[in-house]
Design a binder for this molecule. Sequence first.
Ligand SMILES: Cc1cc2nc3c(=O)[nH]c(=O)nc-3n(C[C@H](O)[C@H](O)[C@H](O)COP(=O)(O)OP(=O)(O)OC[C@H]3O[C@@H](n4cnc5c(N)ncnc54)[C@H](O)[C@@H]3O)c2cc1C
Length: 342
Amino acid sequence: METILVLTHADESGAALTKASLEAVTAGKELAARLNAALTIGIVAANGSAAAEAVASAGARLLAVSGADFAQARFASDAAACEALCRTAGATIVLAPGSSRFTRVAAAVAHRLGGLVDTHITAIGGKESVEATRWFYRQRVEAVLTRKAQPWFLLLDSGTHAAFAGEPAAVTVEEVAVELPALRTTVTGLRAPSQGAETIRPDAKLLFVAGAGWTKKQPDGQTHTAEAAELILGLLGATSASLGSSKSLVDQGSDGQPVLPFLTHLNQIGQTGATPRHAKGLATCCHGEEPHVVGWRFIGERRAVSLDANCGWSRGKADVVYVADAFQVIARLNAKLDSAKP
Ligand SMILES: Cc1cc2nc3c(=O)[nH]c(=O)nc-3n(C[C@H](O)[C@H](O)[C@H](O)COP(=O)(O)OP(=O)(O)OC[C@H]3O[C@@H](n4cnc5c(N)ncnc54)[C@H](O)[C@@H]3O)c2cc1C
């Protein structure tokens, strides 16, 4: 009989679980119901009791490692907290969000417990045993894994499960004591882009992709990089879409060509970039070549605006292709969005 532990952690407030943690709770509940197994939720947070309120109705045993030492991500304290939670729960299967915080410690914790870890899990199936699904070779090959090692840690990709949304309630949590090792790292604070400046928004409904065409010579023989930047930022501001890019466009910075200053390699979508999960995607000034489009694997509905009627998107990679000048299309779209503002 399996004992399932879902490891979760709080967001910056220290008292509320992250969305990815709540997604892991959903995966844990589904798995526990299917295997008829006991479910435990382990919380790492400054205030574990407050964070636990959101999962009060999950029907799980609730464990927490709480306190100021666990307010922020740090290898030594997070690894010690997760290890203590796993030992207390007697877990054979550990599900956790694939957040940077847990991805950093999961392998070490699995090693300390004599277990194994698999990452980027997108689905968990199986009725008698656990079957974990993940993609390999840049989302081209899908594999289903089973393992005998215990505990088996499964780090879940975000966006693959619905976030648990039960009625919040005050709840009693079992506090787990942790003996901390000497802490060599002091977290002095967080430095993040100011709100609104961040262009990568994994939770956005729309992925807006800018391709190299935005900085290429246009029919008038000139480049219009400043206008391109204004149009793209205008659309992002009006729609809160996430900004993706082709490799050619982000590479231009290092090639000394005209660049859009708000783009970095972190925006790159594709084989050597990201594979986000948005409901819809709109590509502009992008050719739609396979190494780029492979990053669109999990985008629900794909549309593209390209001047080239024979581009990769037109050859079956997009649901809708507008053969048009993206400068004109986005300018018209921004004007419509502007006039629709309340
Ligand atoms: C090993 C390897 C890995 C790679 N990994 C990636 C990856 O992860 N991600 C990635 O993106 N690429 C990747 N590439 C590169 C990829 O093959 C393409 O070269 C790249 O995606 C092309 O970018 P693009 O479509 O923006 O540029 P281009 O091919 O230059 O296309 C620009 C397009 O813009 C259109 N255009 C120009 N002006 C306008 C306008 N006003 N309105 C509308 N359309 C306009 C043009 O018609 C053209 O179709 C990889 C390549 C290799 C070899």
